[in-house]
Each structure stands twice: as C-alpha cells, then as structure tokens.
Design a protein around this ligand. Structure first.
Ligand SMILES: *Cc1c(COP(=O)(O)O)cnc(C)c1O
Length: 446
C-alpha cells in the first residue's frame, strides 16, 4: 500500500510571494497584477473569459531542455518521449515537438495528436494495458516506433495482425517490478497488485516467447512505476536495478535487447514538497542501467507540462457559511479534478495587484458543482474577493484540461498559449450549443 499523504498544515502554506518566486514564468507588478511570461492574466480573462487554461510556452521549452540536458550531461544516450496524456493540446505538443521530443501515447487519439503536431511516427511509443485491435492496426499502418506490450494475450493479438501483413512490429515488454513508488494509491503502477505490465520474474520466459512469434521483433524492456514520485530516487533505483538484472539475463539467453524504456513519473512540487531533479533521475538511470551501454528512453508527462500551466478562474461570489468562508469560483471539479480525485494541493493566487497584497484569512475555495468534493482548497489564506475577481490555480498544466469533463453540463474551458508577450487561444471554449447539439432523440421519442 502507498503511504497515506500527510495532511497539509495551512499555517505553513507558502505565501503568494513565495508561490510566484518559485515559478520563473510567473511575475506580478502593481500595474498589471499577476502575469504569465509577458502577458497579464487580466488581459487573457478580458479577451477569452473564464475559466481558461493558460500554458507558458517558454516554461515548456525550459523544462524540456532541462530534461534532455540532464540526460545528455550524464553521458547517457537518451531520448525523451513526452507522455501526451498529461496535456494533449496540439499547441503544447507542437512546442515540445520543436524541442525534439518524441511522444508516449496510450490511445490512437493521442497518437494522431502527436502526428498532427509533427512528431515522427518512429519517435512515438504506444503504451497502455488494453490497446484495441483497431488501435494495434493503426499503430502498424502508421509505423509507430515501439509498441509496449503488457501481456502475452496482447502479444498474440499484435503478432497475428503483423504476421498477416508480413511485417514484424517493434515491441518492448513492460514489466512490473513490484516496487512501491511511495505515491498516491490511485497513481502507483509498479506494484504486483496493479494491472500494469507482466511480473518481472515471468519476463525472461515471455520475452523469449515474443521473439519466437512471427509478427514481433522484441527490442527492449519498459517500466513505469507511478506518477508524482517525490520520495527521492530509491524507488526508481530499485526498479531500474531489477530491469538491469533482467536485461543481463535476456542477453545471457541470447535474446536481443536494443533499448530500455525508463517510464515517467518524475514529481513536481505543488506546495513545497522536496521534488527530485532531472539530474537526480539521470544519475539513478546512469548508476543502474548505464553499465548496460544501451540507449534509454524517458516518458515524462507531469514534470514537463504541469508547472507551465494554470487554470484562470473568476470568483462568482463569496459566501459566509457557518464558521467558514467560501470563495465560489466559476471553475469546478469538472475542469480541474485533481483536488477531488487525489486530494491534491494546488497553489491559488489572486490576480489583481491589490488582491495580492490584501490581508488574508482562511477560506474554502470551491466550485459550483453539486458535490462536496468540488473543493479546490480548505482553510486557504485568501483575501476577501469581490465577484468577478480573478484567481489562478497553479501547476495545472498536467492532468488538468486532459482530465476535464462536462459534468453538470458545463462546457469545456478555453485553452490559451502564452509565448513571451504574445498569447493565442489554442482551443476555444466549448459553446453550450455545441455541447447540447451532440445529443439525439431516438425516433420513437422525437
Ligand atoms: C502516465 C504515464 C507516463 C507519464 O507519467 P508522468 O507521471 O506524467 O510523468 C509515462 N509512461 C506511462 C506508461 C504512463 O502511463
């Protein structure tokens, strides 16, 4: 079992000034209030309305370079495959494609988004515990660079399709190293009880089986132990050490291993957690897998896309409850589900210059959805905010818009990309008419 998350002590929450200072793409001044790169958030709200996701292109680029740079500096031959599920917006993918990143996808939709953003099929890894037959056919049609297999059943399905076409699919075997990544139970993936991968002790026999199938060409081992890993490098090292041992056994058995896919999961500091650095991860890979002399792949999602994004919202009203003050926003759990789903902590900043320096007192910051779980923060030190005042929910670029829904028939929020002092809408707000027009009455009810 993953350890329970410690409850945050509101008195120790970082201040507004600290939240801004720790995020290089944020700034504030007395004239513009809170800004992303060179763009005041008030200007975005004015032009696009709220709620709106805002992504900082400069921060995306810096983070992509920090990762590739750390891997290169460690002397590893490494490629970074951005996990598209964290944020699949086409403009975000385009920025990362231009940085030379490949993609890790878990559906045909994500693969098509990566291709549309200009990522070569050969630089795409197709992951996931249940790829459908049409998805496997698509992956072969498109020439996807590596398909990560998670079961002998899936291997048989893929081999049959590939063999019928007279081709061999490049596959890796995803192993489950039975390592506790020390993360939230809903996002740990490397325990024996989880649905992912094959048990590492069965991998040698299975890998030999893959090599014997007519439609498969096994090229390596893949591992991914969980997400939002902040508890140091111990879990990564343990998992990679087991993978290194496995690769040695496969080689000794004369089986081909060209590369190792190290997965993603690198955590970020949402509040003030000590978060591991790309250098630490590169060091863990180097120490464990380095001696094999193989190219390695990394599949980070959150680490790249999380910090550069925020959710811009407006206060609908402030409500005084029985002993609690509620700030009711026009954003809700259908937009950003992480607090409801993972008890996640997100920094919340007022946008107006005056609100950033006004006196604060505890408030619950909530959305208008009809669920008590629709709570972004409890007892958060916030100023009094008038209806229409803007706030920014920070570090929402990963698993934010990508996980949003239209629950309560709330349209999907707009998405904006900021790049220096420019910004553009990269996904318009869904219109209510588009939301409602998607449904049909059966003839007998019309
Ligand atoms: C989700 C996922 C990732 C990315 O995880 P992050 O925590 O966002 O880095 C990478 N690889 C696989 C197989 C995944 O399922």
């Amino acid at each position: 079992m993953a350890a329970p998350l410690p409850l945050p002590d509101p008195a120790a929450d970082p201040s507004f000034a600290e939240l801004i200072a720790q995020r290089p793409h944020l700034g504030a001044d007395a004239f513009s209030g809170l800004m992303v790169e060179g763009v005041p958030l008030a200007a975005i709200a004015q032009a696009v309305g709220t709620p709106t996701w805002v992504y900082a292109a400069g921060a995306l680029r810096r983070r992509a370079r920090a990762l590739t740079g750390a891997l290169a500096a460690s002397g590893l031959r490494a490629s970074v495959h951005y996990a598209v599920k964290a944020n699949s917006n086409l403009a975000v993918l385009r920025v990362l494609a231009a940085e030379g990143l490949g993609a890790d996808v878990v559906s045909e939709g994500e693969a098509r988004a990566a291709r549309a953003a200009g990522i070569a099929a050969a630089d795409i890894v197709f992951s996931g515990v249940g790829k459908t037959l049409p998805e496997l056919r698509y992956a072969l049609d498109e020439g996807i660079g590596q398909i990560n297999l998670e079961s002998p059943e899936e291997a048989a399905m893929l081999s049959a399709i590939a063999a019928a076409r007279g081709v061999k699919a490049r596959v890796a075997l995803r192993v489950n190293p039975d390592v506790d990544a020390g993360t939230h139970a809903k996002i740990t993936t490397g325990l024996a009880e989880n649905k992912f991968g094959v048990a590492i002790d069965q991998a040698p026999a299975l890998y030999a089986q893959l090599a014997a199938l007519p439609g498969l060409s096994p090229v390596g081992i893949a591992v991914h132990i969980g997400s939002q890993i902040t508890a140091g490098m111990a879990a990564y090292r343990a998992a990679y050490a087991r993978v290194a041992e496995l690769v040695r056994a496969l080689r000794a058995a004369g089986l081909p291993v060209e590369q190792v896919d190290c997965g993603g999961g690198l955590g970020i500091p949402y509040r003030d957690e000590p978060a591991p650095s790309p250098e630490a991860l590169a060091g863990a890979i180097k120490a464990t897998l380095g001696p094999l002399g193989l190219p390695v792949m990394l599949e980070p999602g959150r680490w790249i896309a999380g910090p550069p994004g925020l959710l811009l919202a407006a206060v609908i009203l402030q409500k005084q409850g029985a002993g609690r003050r509620f700030l009711v926003l026009d954003a809700a759990m259908n937009d950003l589900v992480r607090p409801a789903m993972y008890e996640a902590w997100h920094g919340i900043l007022p946008v107006a210059a005056a609100d950033l320096v006004a006196p604060v007192s505890p408030a619950d910051v909530v959305g208008p959805v009809c669920e008590t779980g629709d709570t972004f923060a409890r007892d958060r030190a916030m100023p009094r905010l008038a209806p229409g005042a803007l706030v920014a929910l920070l570090d929402a670029g990963a698993y934010g818009a990508a996980m949003s829904s239209t629950y309560n028939l709330r349209p999907l929020a707009a998405e904006v990309l900021v790049d220096g002092d420019r910004f553009a809408v990269v996904r318009p707000r869904q219109s209510l008419s588009a939301l409602l027009a998607a449904e049909r009455l059966p003839a007998w009810l019309a």
